[in-house]
Design a protein around this ligand. Structure first.
Ligand code: ATP
Ligand code: MN
Length: 250
């Protein structure tokens, strides 16, 4: 029927873009057949319509800007052959949501993507401003795009902060809510908080662990230390211990 034809046409265009675009060079080895199938499924399900350029190319994943069904989205594509899968495994330890996970590289990466999606959902439910999680398929995560036509939202470390005390208090409250919901970000710093339309948005929740993790306390302390250090450098003097106390105070 007409809708199916339209969809097929769109997918052909989508396929062409993937073949053409510089950012999908083979050496990045992101689009193996299985990844392509996952993207196709996301297109069929209406979560992704067309790809834009890369927002970030990292060791474990690349993030692309894309057009979703009704809004702009960010598509995070993990490499199955991630160099860091052993570390990924460590971050899945003790997590009751992923009990019985074996040591296979592929299984670890796929669980990781599901974990990032679940963490975004949980953070959002706890009242933390994060990108709206939209869908996952295999090694691909689709979420709300944070940014505007000028590009992705700037990281906290990339903007000049007018009022560091206010920003600190927002981050502190986000950390408290996250902790109250049983989650610890695990990589929180000025690199994983972005500034969008006057709001702070926490990103990159893949490594976030539940409080059951054997090292959860260490991760929490490290997050507190990094965040407090950043705001102290920005001119609002605060210690990691102050922050830790606030976050863990019931
Ligand atoms: P890194 O190792 O650099 O931390 P990562 O692979 O862990 O990267 P993220 O931190 O989730 O991935 O994303 C990398 C970058 O992509 C972010 O710093 C941000 O600039 C951009 N980005 C990620 N998610 C979004 C989003 N939802 N909207 C807009 N930009 C995003
Ligand atoms: Mn990051």
């Amino acid at each position: 029927d007409r809708i199916a034809r339209k969809r097929d046409r769109e997918f052909e265009q989508f396929e062409e873009r993937i073949k053409d675009a510089d950012q999908f060079k083979v050496e990045q080895s992101v689009f193996d057949d299985a990844t392509f199938a996952a993207l196709y499924k996301l297109v069929q399900d209406g979560h992704v319509e067309a790809f834009g350029g890369p927002l970030s190319t990292g060791k474990e994943a690349n993030v692309y800007h894309a057009l979703g069904g009704d809004r702009e989205v960010a598509v995070k594509i993990y490499r199955i052959n991630s160099s860091n899968f052993r570390q990924m495994r460590d971050y899945l330890e003790g997590d009751p949501r992923f009990e019985g996970l074996g040591g296979k590289k592929k299984d670890v990466v796929l669980a990781w993507v599901k974990k990032e999606y679940a963490n975004l959902q949980r953070a959002q439910a706890a009242g933390v401003n994060v990108p709206d999680p939209i869908a996952t398929e295999r090694n691909v995560l689709v979420m709300e795009y944070i940014g505007d036509e000028d590009g992705r939202a700037k990281r906290l470390g990339e903007v000049s902060i007018e009022n560091p005390e206010t920003a600190y208090k927002v981050v502190r409250e986000y950390m408290r809510r996250l902790y109250a919901a049983g989650l610890i970000h695990g990589d929180l710093s000025e690199y994983n908080i972005v500034f969008d339309e006057g709001q702070l948005v926490v990103i990159d929740l893949g490594q976030a662990v539940t409080v059951h993790h054997p090292n959860s306390r260490t991760f929490l302390e490290r997050d507190c230390y990094n965040v407090a250090n950043f705001f102290s450098r920005e001119g609002f003097e605060v210690t990691g211990d102050d922050l830790l106390e606030f976050v863990t105070d019931p």
